[in-house]
Design a protein around this ligand. Sequence first.
Ligand code: NDP
Length: 392
Amino acid sequence: MTGRNMQTRRIAIFGATGSIGINTLDVIGQLGGREAFEITAVTGNANVAALARLAIEHGAAMAVTADESRYSELKQALSGTGIRAAAGTSGLDEAADQGNDVVMAAIVGTAGLAPTLKAAAAGADIALANKECLVSAGPLFMEAVKRGGGMLIPVDSEHSAIFQVFAENQRRALDRVIITASGGPFRAMTLDEMRHVDAATARAHPNWSMGLKISIDSASMFNKALEMIEAQHLFDLAPEQVEVVVHPQSIIHSMVGYADGSILAQLGSPDMRTAIGYALSYPERRPLSVEKLDFARLARLDFEAPDEARFPALRLARLAMERGGLQGAVLNGAKEIALEAFIDGRCGFLEMAEITGAVMEEMRDLPAAAAIEDVFVADGEARRRAAKRVGD
Ligand code: NDP
């Protein structure tokens, strides 16, 4: 976005009906609304009524449901509004390729990979919330962004923090990045207690309000595992340069350590709108109505080492980073199946990491992906194997 003036920017919002999508629409309102942004498309999946309502409310030119069977429902909901309805892969492809200046990539899970790649290849700047793009297809995704010529600006709060204090011109002096983790709702639980938790308890995140899957991934620390791999690709780091520290207050969103011992951190209230606003305003900083930090009231910031015995997802992330190739895709694919099984009550909380680890072992010798199809094949195979273990 460097060099562009603040003329109206064309934006497509993938995953508009989700937690990040709704926050993005709020931020767009705060950053000037229709004067500043022309919404070329909003996309969703099952939640067609909400999608249509958002499209109308925010004046989107097009609304896309990823679920083809819901096309007529969407078309009906938009009839007479002049907003175009579309569905399925072709609809998402179209939304990705309409001269967008920026695309908010906030579809949940691997389903976000193909349309985000398409948007990157079309040259849009990518505001990236969907971490699976980098976890499953890191090198290919980074290459697609480079070839497309747009910028990649992280929205994940930890990566936004790192991005904000990462001195690219000091790369030789870079020591490490330190990703902070709240520790989630089970930070202080014993392994035995964790064995019996259910999805309703796991989704109750202490600090952040997020979608269902990422909230449970935060409880198991699979979210942190994905973020470690995401950081590795985004900032071109060696596995040993990626550290995690538990910081229950979620005030420091992450840090970068340099060779002279300096550590730069980004702090703020735990509100995704700051990271979203930064991604949509970069390189500027524009006013947002988010809660200001009051250090006197904060009183203290705590830190502790993460416990890989209780949160084995972190160990799996390290393995995936060290092994490279398609291990990230395998970790993510297997984890998504185990997560769905946990949500439906078909698999225990700790089993999610056991299943994911077992599938990673079975598929550890895959060569690196030469094309995106290889990622989809590995993802599909990891899902099939995980489903077999869950007993589907
Ligand atoms: P939500 O579950 O709240 O929203 C997901 C969005 O994706 C919805 O718009 C949903 O549509 C859509 N969607 C679901 N399934 C599909 C599919 N198969 N194909 C296309 N679209 C689909 O998720 P979040 O907003 O919490 O998270 C979105 C992404 O951002 C995730 O990758 C997450 O890891 C990442 N992220 C989220 C953060 C947060 O604070 N929430 C923080 C950092 C990263 P519908 O509503 O119609 O089902």
